[in-house]
Design a binder for this molecule. Structure first.
Ligand code: SAH
Length: 215
């Protein structure tokens, strides 16, 4: 199969920036990012940058998706919780690496659009809900892996509680205005270990639901 040359150069750029995990690279190469960007930006689908989606949100930069996915260390047997479905792109990448992705989005508009994309791509192992992801997804907890794709001031306690012992969570934290960093948190027997990864820039993790999702 011949690959879009723009996709080939994105894959090369990800490797050059240090993404090594071949399963992660394969998953990214498999998912057609053009399906997840807005039509107006389809010519930029394989540029290594975040792009606007509906509801004032963004689809993350491919490098950041790759980095977070690699840091999450996802295995084929894992049940993964994602907070912030957005376009659905990160969920689609994860769906190729784990047993099932459970993804939570606070905007119904975004969740509905993402659902149509998962259907179109025949991704059968993604389960979605509209809800406030700061509360996790208690009914389906605990999870082997948790990924949060919006920045909170602090790690939501519910997410720590819903992480399986030995589990890993990757999330951006905004400790002070305008300064966000990506962290990997591992749940050990003794508690939680926190490792700093890189500075990042995400939309905020917002508590509660917008009006459009309450109907
Ligand atoms: N993973 C997405 C990135 C989307 S941006 C992708 O691949 O496209 C982050 C998303 O988090 C936004 O859609 C935003 O609405 C959502 N979000 C923010 N706070 C949230 C919360 N408390 N619960 C669920 N989703 C939330």
């Amino acid at each position: 199969m011949t690959q879009d040359p723009r996709k080939t150069s994105l894959m090369a750029a990800l490797q050059k920036q240090g993404i090594r995990d071949s399963r992660v690279l394969d998953a990214i190469a498999t998912v057609p990012r053009e399906v997840f960007v807005e039509d107006a930006f389809s010519d930029q689908a394989y540029a290594d940058q975040a792009l606007p989606i509906s509801c004032g949100q963004t689809i993350s930069q491919p490098y950041v998706v790759a980095l977070m996915t690699e840091a999450l260390d996802v295995k084929a047997v894992h049940r993964v919780l994602e907070i912030g479905t957005g376009s659905g792109y990160q969920s689609a990448v994860l769906s190729h690496l784990c047993k099932r992705v459970y993804t939570v989005e606070r905007f119904r508009t975004l969740a509905d659009k993402a659902a149509r994309r998962f259907d179109a791509l025949k991704l059968k192992n993604v389960t979605q809900t509209v809800g406030d992801g700061t509360k996790g997804w208690l009914r389906l907890a605990p999870f082997d892996r948790i990924i949060v794709t919006a920045a909170a001031k602090d790690v939501p306690q519910a997410l720590l509680d819903q992480l399986e012992p030995g589990g890993v969570m990757v999330l951006p934290i905004e400790e002070r205005a305008g300064k966000q960093d990506l962290y990997r948190i591992t749940r050990t027997e003794a508690g939680f270990e926190r490792q700093h990864l890189v500075p990042v820039r995400f939309v905020p993790l917002v508590e509660g639901l917008p009006k459009e999702s309450l109907a």
